[in-house]
Design a protein around this ligand. Sequence first.
Ligand code: DON
Length: 307
Amino acid sequence: MDKHILEAIHSAMEKCKDIKEGKNASYIPYLASVDSNLCALTVVDKDGNIFSAGDDEYRFAIESISKVCTLGLAMEQWGAEKVRQKIGDSPTGLPFNSVMALELHKDKPLTPLVNAGAMATTSIIDAKDKEDRWQQILDFQRKMMSDKVALSDEVNTSEQTTNFHNRGIAWLLYSAEHMFCDPMEACEVYTRQCSTLVSSKDLATLAATLANKGKNPITKEQVIKEAHVPHILAEMAMEGLYEESGDFAYTVGLPGKSGVGGGLLAVVPGKLGIAAFAPPLNKYGNSVKGVKMIRHLAKDLGYNMYQ
Ligand code: DON
């Protein structure tokens, strides 16, 4: 079985190695400068075994995958139902930074996995001030992955000096009473949470923590209550890849989450976590090779939640 996983990883990477479609994200200047040829594919199973190939030690920006961690922390503090009532639970069918999605729904974000909902989720973290809010979120990312996870000053500066669109969204939420701390504090801390550096091994550990009922299979720490995990996976299945979530559900059949840094993860509940990394993105902001590698790998290993 173990040999089979590694063989399937190599086979998925081989099938996708010549794909040239997609472009690095450019609205965050740092991301445009990352080598587009980097590529990694990693599996961490529920017992903490790691199967991996490619540039799996390279550290890249977590970006929107951080939304899953902050959602988990918010649920630990408030319970899943309270978070659902405040933020919402449904896909928007629109891009991850859509203002129109807000306009259509009385400025309620609908889901914690788009930028609006993620900033609102950051704003409900029970914190005494901005630094406390940030530290709690960073600590939670580390618990779900590893202690190696750290803020990149370079990525953070690149994002904080260009995040005007998100600042606009934060003020819109605030004006509609869907922001639960100072909006610029929420936006700044959210931007920091997107600017931590992770490897594909870290992301596969995050996915495996969700696959393992909230217990990190490497550190053996119960990070998320078991009861919260199905709610997080449901959100990922519906909105984890934005407007491509339906296609991913249809063709892969696993809850996933993407980031514009080129990271993508998928969860096989009760079994293992998968993470891919390849910077060029499609029009939805998801890694082109990442989607295809995970599609091949999941099929080869016979994992599809709906089968
Ligand atoms: O807020 C942003 O736009 C970025 N920091 C993160 C967006 C992102 O990763 C969307 N996912 N594919």
